[in-house]
Design a binder for this molecule. Sequence first.
Ligand code: FE
Ligand code: FE
Ligand code: ZN
Length: 181
Amino acid sequence: MNLKDLFLDELADIHFAENHIAKALPKMAKAATDEDLKEAILSHLEETKGHIEKVKQVFATFDEKPKSKECKATLGLLAEGDEIAADNKGEPTINAAIISACQKVEHYEIASYGSLSAWAQLLGNDEAVNLLEEILGEEKAADEKLTGLAEDKNQEALEDEGADGEEAEARKPAAGQNKKK
Ligand code: FE
Ligand code: FE
Ligand code: ZN
């Protein structure tokens, strides 16, 4: 195993992962009840289809045929996503739960593309670096968009908790509570 072998193995892993993520995202969008969240997931689905194509192009820059290698981590994260969506179905927590599951997938992708980009750089393949950085940028932007949506959706999950909302009101952080003095 040299760095190039490691790189190609990990590229095959993320190629498998992206294909499975593309299959799972429509289910996640369907499970979400919030329109903005559904839209965010579906727009990332379109980006994900682009990632699959770009990953194939990266193989080509190394004169390699696209390969796929089972990514157990992604299968596990997606299985957990299904479980969390089922457990929170019909609950005020559904959107917060789905955001959390999606962000776990994004973070795995961000870690993978970060390593792949660094390795492609060391291997002297600038074309591959550019493609991998393009994907990485979209994964990071998707993650940030989810963080933005979470602000509202987490609050909704909290506010729907008590029947009269008093309990939830009491647990809201007081203004300025988290500000460092
Ligand atoms: Fe992706
Ligand atoms: Fe993996
Ligand atoms: Zn992604």
